[in-house]
Design a protein around this ligand. Structure first.
Ligand code: ARG
Length: 577
């Protein structure tokens, strides 16, 4: 159950019963401090002010109306009219005892949600910007599916554009020398791209051929199309290796690149023309938007078709959103794209809205993120200033994790060690990204992300092994164990309420697209468990059988929640490390 929503609804009802207008929000939040209770309703003050009543008097009326018998132990008016809510531990214990492997999370009203993420470019190495989109997008996808939504993973790869002329011309030359080049030499895509560009810039005959191929490719020439397809496939084969290594749920079936919308583009331009939005300007088709001003304060023109007939990135995104409405029937579209493309998206959407290409109710959301920076606070690059290849990054993570585990986990078998190294090295890189509020830039630092202390993957993975070891010591099988939760100690109470909050946390990740909220939650949960474990003995002599059973039950709930939560983040757990 989403406890916060439940309390919010209870208070909303009570506010209305006490005289507030229909639909007044209870404004319930978890309390910031323990002495303010577990939750707080802040809905009284704004209403009391409007009704011209003393807020504390009105708060009392609300308390008289609210129906939380047996659920809340104490409702207290604080300060100018806050209501502090202290939950009844007995009720909390009953709720927890009924938890199954969903850890209290409920399915939501199912929606169709298209998630646009990863989106690398063909014949280019996936760079760190795509890493952020891939990791954050995939976590949100997992959360949405967990909550029962129909998710369409859209990998909007950059697989179209005039650059394909030179790429095809270059590939043609390489294949002439070595027919098997696709298998062997194309492992370095950056290099391939650079060479193509170099030839294009320096060799007139090559450039001419390249430009010819662009025209042929656009005209549907089978040979050019075949060469293009080779380039797409070799790129996506390489990316798939990265996805698999990263434990990201994308597969080839999810590739919905820019080229997919090619056939729609002329129609989109026609439609915008017919609706009086697009007009000819200096030979190009342009949509002028009052909503966007250039630096001279003039309204901005968005080109949707160039003078030479070519279409643009924006035209594709307009067509693509239309497709997601007409073909996918999407209720929401979530775009995980770096913040530098904010204006691009806003322009495409403004045009879509003005032209009523998609219904009002369809939600288009840019879940933007900042850049990944190096230790020096500058964009993350190799020492020589090149893009950091993801495969190199993951290799380094593995090496570092191996050194760490070698030193720390001396009692593991070789096989166990390998599992730990895998889980930790991938988990650390992903978690470092996921745990930061995605809107800001973040500094990529090996030492922090691979530390067993602080808000890191290894810390959470370690917390999980601690729970597992409690069960090993108790000689109880965790999976089959069942026990009633009963709460008496303060540390049990704190832990129990935290466990109750998993549901509202995943709901908020689904709504806002912010996995860092789940990370902070899991980190706090682990902290609460450590405190509980210190304060409430389980495997010591003299602990009563029912107390021990309850503590084991709480521990199992912690393990389940950690495992489920980390799984939603695409991070694995191990039983020992
Ligand atoms: N391929 C693009 C890039 O590398 C990202 C595409 C994002 N998705 C979209 N619908 N525009 O910048």
């Amino acid at each position: 159950m989403n406890l916060r929503n439940f309390l919010d609804q209870s208070f909303s009802k009570a506010l209305v019963a006490a005289g507030a207008p229909e639909g007044t929000s209870g404004m319930v939040r978890p309390s910031a401090k323990a002495n303010f209770g577990d939750y707080q309703s802040n809905g009284v003050m704004p209403v009391a002010k409007k009704l011209g009543m003393n807020p504390r008097d009105f708060a009392q009326k609300v308390i008289d109306q609210v129906e939380l018998d047996g659920i809340a132990d104490k409702l207290e008016i604080a300060g100018p009219g806050f209501i502090n809510i202290t939950l009844n531990p007995q009720w909390v214990a009953e709720q927890l005892s009924a938890f199954d492997d969903r850890c209290g999370a409920e399915k939501q009203n199912p929606q169709t949600i298209a998630v646009d993420y990863s989106a690398p470019n063909v014949a280019k190495e996936m760079h760190v910007g795509h890493l952020r989109s891939t990791i954050i997008g995939d976590a949100v996808v997992r959360v949405l599916e967990f909550l029962g939504h129909k998710v369409v993973r859209c990998n909007h790869i950059g697989d179209w554009g005039t650059q394909f002329g030179m790429l095809i011309a270059h590939l043609e030359e390489l294949m002439r020398d070595n027919p098997d080049v696709m298998q062997s030499e194309l492992s370095d895509l950056e290099e391939f791209y650079r060479e193509s560009k170099q030839k294009y810039d320096s060799d007139e005959a090559f450039a001419l051929r390249a430009r010819g191929y662009v025209v042929k490719l656009q005209g549907g020439d089978p040979w050019c199309n075949d060469m293009w397809r080779k380039l797409v496939d070799v790129t996506m084969d390489q990316n798939q290796k990265t996805y698999d290594r990263l434990n990201v749920t994308l597969s080839k079936d999810n590739t919905m690149g820019e080229s997919m919308y090619n056939d729609m583009l002329p129609g989109v331009v026609e439609e915008l023309k017919a609706k009086g939005l697009a007009e000819e300007s200096e030979g190009a088709m342009v949509v002028f938007l009052d909503e966007f001003k250039n630096k001279d304060g003039e309204r901005m023109g968005v080109i949707i078709q160039k003078k030479d007939g070519g279409f643009l990135y924006t035209t594709t995104d307009i067509a693509c959103a239309k497709y997601r409405h007409e073909q996918l029937n999407a209720d929401r579209v979530l775009y995980f794209i770096d913040s530098r493309q904010a204006q691009h998206l806003q322009q495409a959407w403004t045009i879509l809205r003005k032209a009523e290409v998609i219904p009002e109710a369809m939600s288009l959301e840019h879940h933007a993120f900042g850049m990944m920076l190096g230790k020096d606070g500058r964009p993350f690059k190799t020492r020589s200033g090149g893009v950091v290849k993801l495969s190199d990054l993951l290799d380094e993570s593995k090496e570092r994790a191996a050194a760490l585990i070698e030193e720390k986990s001396t009692e593991l078998t070789e096989e166990q060690k390998q599992a730990v190294i895998d889980a930790v090295s991938i988990g650390a890189v992903k978690y470092a990204d996921l745990s930061k509020n995605r809107t800001t830039d973040y500094i990529f630092e090996w030492d922090n992300m691979l530390s067993f202390e602080g808000n890191t993957a290894p810390y959470l993975q370690y917390a999980y092994t601690r729970v597992a070891s409690v069960f090993r010591k108790a000689e109880v099988d965790m999976t089959s164990f069942e026990g009633e939760v009963a709460i008496s100690e303060a540390a049990e109470r704190t832990l129990a309420i935290k466990l109750m909050q998993f549901s509202e946390i995943v709901d908020s990740v689904a709504k806002e697209g912010t996995p860092h909220v789940l990370c902070s939650y899991l980190y706090e949960l682990s902290g609460n468990f450590m405190t509980f474990y210190e304060a409430c003995p389980i495997n010591k002599d003299g602990v009563a059988e029912d107390v021990r059973a309850s503590r084991l039950a709480l521990s199992k709930l912690v393990a389940n929640t950690l495992k489920t939560g980390l799984d939603l983040l695409g991070i694995k757990v191990v039983d020992r490390m």
